[in-house]
Design a protein around this ligand. Structure first.
Ligand code: FMN
Ligand code: SF4
Length: 871
């Protein structure tokens, strides 16, 4: 160690904290002095410079210690320490704490990235203070940031940026991982702001490719990167995107300031156009562009799909301190472009000035380019560019893309539906044939369609009658008997019908479908009840079945008109590997089609490309499939959890079932008569089979669940019988849910009157729990879907519930080959999921979405018309 560094170490130990503050103070002083010189733009024009802002403001906090050490000495020491490998790194956390604390009182102008004097010159309207959080009273910071907070986000003050680099915000290259060409192009340590602290490693930069104009036609012509900026960050990001695209081999992207572009040219624009837009609530560069978009969008003379040639994606820069106004301009641009038929090639991304803006951009940039360079990605197919949900009505009648009913409340036929593609909020009956009320319209329409096709009913009936005849060999007189051809479960007619309903059929008897909760989760609008009860995230969940056939025709299963039924497997059998690969491939394929749908969050979209859970409950009877154990083994191998639901008609199969993450039995009724009425089973000995199934479940020693679906006037009065059945199977959990109306009619005879109110479901649950006595308690709820969880008190420690699942632990246990029980992989339940919690089981991190009522839509339309008249 050099003498200078050993003396430094000495000093470092003594003056550790004061030195850090002092160093920050000096930085501030120099910035303030440079400001006085009139060179104010060196900081603000390059933005992303929280480090500078914060160091600047720390001078006051360090004043008490500054007198002890001469300034020049401090600088020297700090520099020495930085280059001496024997000296420990300055604690980022300590620096962050000092910095954060010191800047608090200056946030109103500094969070906007402007210097005081520039800020003072701005019109009054923008000088509002950050909004207060209603609950905590704290200023809203990082509300929408997807990553770390500003102070800890690793800004280096641009010390290590290349020479002549005017950028002020980077990690100094210490943490950056820009070792490949592509990385260099996309890493933010280049002239383009800071991305050092991001967890961007989760989305690796795409590798260089040879662009084949036939495979990637949209990349053959130069892409256009539009930006709008005042303080420079959007321009830097745009440059960064262009650089990374160039480094990947894309033909010279064009950088265009949005103010320099004639907006009318968008009508004929056909190149891939990426918009990097900053948000301003004052007059700014976006104004003309946004005004033009809005005017065109609502101009009845402009034909629908006017921008259909344009392929686009938008990244918004904003500041979460603006609360509701966060990124509102870029969001509106994304929405209007989509509404005018432009084809969204990647979901909207956003970067928060108050958080890790550079990191968020880097992740979005990498994901966008990766997607563009993949010839298999759906953006290459015209049909997938369905960025709008209002194809069937004139644009001016609809004020926002969330609306999917017309003025009379009738559901609109969406472009996705017309194309047979999945739709957001498209009304699937997921999870044990349940459909939420909000999806009724769509489902009713689909049922109607299904019913219209009488042939299918007849086919289902014929299926039911046919008996397997696989006699192979010789007749009595020695003549060879031609083996009877084994039929495929899904006939061409059925295939047509199921695919029309949004199913993807794999092979001859399996299906996969995107459930509505997966779609909601992709938009940050909440997860299904399994999130509250067991900790699954719906966008990571695949809903599939290896057997579309079933041995029941339940009244609340609207698909029974089309699905095959039977008491034994008499169809061709597909391979488990083939089914799983097919299910995953189709699931990912359907997800890709959703990427252009308004509101889909790019971070969720990326996460969703790795399925983590499999709900074997779509339709049919999964346990019916002869290779179900092999199928589950494959899931375990891929670390995909399995939630298998059986309808309790195959007790042997339950007994033979290898461990799944959670094994369900549908307990649709508690007496023989009501079970017959509700499940309409095919087996004559259905009741015995049902009871045997519960017994088999009780002996499994696995994590088991009863699923009770309450149908008013059918099964709600049988408390004592239910209690009896629960004692019999001793499940770990009992999920109780009110049936949801989905336009049953016809054979089932169910009406809206059969749907219990939430209060009735709660009352039923309370009565069950009372009767059960010790051993079970009401643990959690998901009010949105009217679901309540009663749990065995084995899953309660003190006041805390442990109904969630430690998924990693589960796979560890499976791989160990040892025997284990449900108690070995339980995890703590968050309090927001507790029964009676104010959140009602809705994850507070999610955004609750309420559809606009007809009245709200009318008011909105009138307001717009008024504004138009005034203008
Ligand atoms: C005058 C002014 C007004 C702003 N208004 C908003 C706003 O309404 N909503 C928002 O999310 N961000 C707002 N911001 C934050 C900027 O959008 C954000 O700092 C962005 O990163 C600036 O990008 P630029 O450097 O490209 O101009 C405002 C910033 C300034 C300076
Ligand atoms: S468990 Fe999966 S398939 Fe079922 S509702 Fe939730 S997200 Fe959808």
């Amino acid at each position: 160690m050099s003498p200078s560094s050993s003396s430094s170490l000495q000093l470092w130990k003594e003056y550790r904290i004061p030195l850090v503050c002092m160093a920050l103070g000096i930085a501030t002083l120099s910035i303030l002095l440079s400001n006085k010189d009139g060179s104010d733009d060196s900081h603000t024009d390059n933005n992303g410079s929280k480090g500078s802002d914060k160091s600047g403001s720390s001078s006051s906090s360090s004043s008490s210690s500054r007198k002890d050490v001469p300034h020049n000495k401090v600088e020297e020491i700090v520099q020495d320490m930085e280059h001496d490998p024997t000296i420990p790194d300055l604690s980022q956390e300590a620096v962050a704490r000092v910095v954060d604390h010191a800047t608090d009182d200056q946030k109103p102008y500094q969070h906007q990235g402007l210097k005081k004097e520039v800020y003072r010159r701005l019109p009054k309207v923008i000088r509002k203070k950050p909004k207060k959080n209603k609950q905590t009273g704290a200023e809203i910071h990082n509300a929408t940031s997807t990553t770390t907070s500003g102070a800890g986000s690793g800004c280096c003050g641009g010390k290590n940026s290349p020479e002549d680099d005017q950028s002020t915000g980077c990690c100094g290259g210490k943490d950056k991982d820009a070792s490949t060409t592509a990385d260099v192009a996309s890493a933010s340590c280049s002239p383009s702001g800071c991305a050092c602290s991001s967890s961007s490693s989760t989305i690796p930069a795409p590798a260089m490719v040879q662009i084949d104009p036939l495979l990637l036609p949209y990349l053959a012509e130069p892409m256009k990167v539009f930006y709008s900026t005042i303080t420079g960050t959007a321009k830097l990001f745009a440059q960064q995107l262009a650089e990374s695209a160039l480094a990947l081999g894309l033909p010279g992207p064009k950088l265009i300031d949005i103010v320099d572009y004639d907006t009318e040219d968008f009508m004929t624009e056909s190149s891939l156009s990426i918009f990097i837009l900053s948000t301003y609530n004052v007059e700014g560069p976006n104004d003309w562009f946004l005004k033009w978009l809005e005017d065109t969008r609502f101009d009845w003379r402009v034909e629908k799909g006017a921008l259909s040639k344009l392929k686009f994606s938008v990244f918004g820069l904003g500041d979460s301190a603006y609360g509701d106004e966060f990124c509102n301009g870029p969001k509106a641009a994304d929405k209007w472009l989509g509404q005018m038929g432009a084809q969204r090639v990647w979901p909207f991304g956003e970067g928060d000035k108050n958080g890790d803006q550079g990191g968020a951009f880097k992740r979005w940039n990498n994901a966008l380019l990766t997607s563009l360079l993949d010839p298999n990605q759906s953006h290459m197919h015209e049909a997938y560019f369905s960025s709008d949900e209002e194809d069937s009505a004139s644009a001016s009648e609809h004020d926002d893309d969330e609306d999917d009913v017309d003025e009379d409340g009738k559901p609109l036929k969406t472009k996705e539906e017309k194309l047979g593609l999945p739709t957001i909020d498209g009304g699937d009956a997921s999870e044990g044939e349940m459909v939420d009320l909000e999806d009724m319209g769509n489902v009713a329409r689909k049922i109607q369609q299904a019913k219209e096709n009488k042939e299918l009913d007849e086919e289902a009936y014929a299926n039911q009658k046919v008996r397997a005849k696989r006699s192979v060999g010789e007749t009595k007189d020695g003549k060879a008997i031609k083996p009877r051809e084994v039929r495929e479960m899904v006939s061409p007619l059925l295939y047509k019908s199921l695919t029309k309903q949004g199913y993807k059929i794999i092979g001859s008897h399996s299906g996969v479908k995107i459930c509505r909760w997966t779609k909601a989760a992709l938009r940050g609008r909440g997860f299904c009840y399994k999130h509250s009860f067991y900790g699954i995230q719906s966008h990571l969940c695949m809903e599939t079945t290896p057997s579309l056939a079933c041995a029941n025709k339940c009244v609340f299963c609207w698909r029974h008109h089309t699905n095959p039924v039977g008491t034994e497997w008499r169809w061709k059998v597909d391979d488990p590997e083939f089914i799983l690969e097919g299910a995953l491939e189709n699931h990912y394929g359907m997800l890709k089609q959703l990427k252009g749908v308004p509101g889909v969050r790019s971070d969720r979209f990326v996460e969703a490309t790795q399925v983590k859970h499999c709900a074997l409950s779509l339709v049919g009877e999964p346990i019916f499939y002869p290779h179900i154990n092999e199928f589950v083994k494959l899931l375990n191998k891929k670390h995909i959890s399995s939630f298998l639901v059986t309808n309790a008609q195959f007790p042997d199969a339950i007994a033979n079932m290898d461990p799944v993450t959670q094994l369900y039995v549908s307990v649709d009724a508690s007496t023989k008569e009501s079970l017959k009425k509700i499940d309409r089973p095919l087996f004559r000995d259905f009741w015995e089979r049902f009871l045997d199934s519960l017994d088999a479940l009780g002996k499994k020693g696995q994590r088991t669940v009863y699923r009770l679906t309450l149908v008013k006037d059918f099964n709600t009065d049988e408390i004592a019988n239910y209690v009896e059945l629960i004692r019999r199977g001793q499940p770990d959990f009992i999920e109780i849910k009110g049936v949801t109306y989905c336009g049953y009619g016809g054979a089932s005879g169910l009406t809206m009157a059969n749907v219990p109110y939430h209060a009735e479901v709660v009352r039923f649950v309370e009565l069950i729990q009372e009767r059960l006595g010790a051993g079970y308690e009401i643990a959690a709820e998901h009010a949105h879907s009217c679901s309540i969880l009663v749990a065995s008190t084995k899953f309660k420690k003190g006041d805390k519930w442990y109904t969630h699942i430690d998924y990693d632990k589960f796979f560890e246990l499976v791989e160990s080959g040892k025997k284990f029980t449900s108690l070995d992989y339980m995890a703590e339940t968050p309090t927001w999921a507790y029964f009676g919690a104010p959140e009602g089981g809705f994850d507070p991190e999610e955004t609750r979405y309420f559809r606009k009522t007809k009245e709200q839509r009318r008011v909105e339309r009138e307001r717009r018309e008024r504004e138009e008249k005034e203008a």
